[in-house]
Design a protein around this ligand. Sequence first.
Ligand SMILES: [Zn+2]
Length: 143
Amino acid sequence: MPHPEDCQYCAKDRRLTEIMIEICTLQVSTLYLFREQTYRGRCIVALNVHQTELFSLDDETLRQFSKDVAKAAHAVQKAFKPGKINYAVYGDLVPHLHYHIVPKYMDGDCWGKPFEMNPSGKKILNDEEYGTIIRAIKKHLAA
Ligand SMILES: [Zn+2]
């Protein structure tokens, strides 16, 4: 499927960079840090090609995409030690396949229930704080 101009994951323009920071590319996807950090370590894993449904992927891409998601979540787990990680795929607003990887903490927001997509008490960090989180994730991706 061609990369539609109106898709922010394909265009990688300001619509994307305003809400997330690229961490690195994985096997068939790209890992981003979500700027809103109510859930410390929250990331997005977006498939590198424009597809909208998991069943549209060939077996090998589906396998690699799943491995990318697991690898990213494992790195987040090792870096920040959340009590649970939520995995969410919706695609109502941006149908390009992407997983929200959302660490949940026992004393943190929405423990024991679904995370809030856009928390009302927005937690925006500075570049240095984002850098610290990204370095921690990268360190554990490499391990
Ligand atoms: Zn796309």
